[in-house]
Design a protein around this ligand. Structure first.
Ligand code: DX5
Ligand code: ZN
Length: 230
């Protein structure tokens, strides 16, 4: 069972002009995986980064897992590009794929770990027949498209439900939460069942100076809060 806590800074809130350095700094500060938000101005009303940037981070020397969160439609055509670009996880929204099972197979077939992402109103029933084909369940605690939004409280109940589904299955599946995660709510999010914590604005907005250690204190604060969870 995957019970260790992983902190996954969302580079959506990083300084894109200095992205390699930002990722280096946040990993040096103790982050575990790099959350990489891909938006297409179609499935979501915003436009971000694609496989070239993932590849550039690998060439820059990033060896940590890269957690590619696809907010794009269609999904399938871009999967191979991200696998080649060095993605570790590729997660997608079931509403964005015509054939969910095929997309999951495509991701694993390309050598990546697969995951389904659930919007606040998306039912967990998409997992009913696909649990064995996912390595990650990602629950959105905001509507996808932007950083800096507030955590939607109903995500806590949904986390409890997802945690039970995963534990009952006995499968090794991570449970990730994305949106509005801060030092003041990460503990209750952990207690509701999450084991992988995406945070964009809380981490990259924590300090805006040129101190290379500026992400240490926020990540330490996250760890301290997580350690208090029961
Ligand atoms: C939103 C993205 C998130 C976003 C989270 O669509 O999926 O990963 O960066 O940002 P914060 O942590 O600021 O809510
Ligand atoms: Zn995300």
């Amino acid at each position: 069972m995957a019970n260790d806590n992983l902190i996954a800074p969302s580079i959506l809130s990083a300084d894109f002009a200095r992205l390699g350095e930002e990722v280096d700094n946040v990993l040096a500060a103790g982050a575990d995986i790099v959350h990489f938000d891909v938006m297409d101005n179609h499935y979501v009303p915003n436009l971000t980064i694609g496989p070239l940037v993932c590849d550039a981070l690998r060439k820059h020397g990033v060896t940590a897992p890269i957690d590619v969160h696809l907010m794009v439609s269609p999904v399938d055509r871009i999967v191979g590009d991200f696998a080649e670009a060095g993605a570790t996880y590729i997660t997608f929204h079931p509403e964005a794929s015509q054939h969910i099972d095929r997309t999951l197979q495509l991701i694993r077939g390309a050598g990546c770990k697969s995951g389904l992402v659930f919007n606040p109103a998306t039912p967990l029933s998409y997992l009913d027949y696909e649990l064995e084909n996912v390595d990650m369940v990602l629950l959105m605690s905001v509507n996808p498209g932007f950083g800096g939004q507030s955590f939607i409280p109903s995500a806590l109940d949904k986390l409890r439900q997802a945690r039970k589904i995963i534990d009952d299955s006995g499968l090794d599946i991570r449970l990730e939460i994305d949106g509005g995660v801060k030092a003041n709510n990460i503990r209750e999010i952990k207690e509701a069942g999450a084991d992988t914590f995406v945070a964009g604005s809380a981490i990259f907005g924590a300090a805006k100076d040129s101190d290379p250690n500026r992400y240490d204190s926020i990540i330490q604060e996250f760890r301290a809060e997580l350690a208090k969870a029961e």
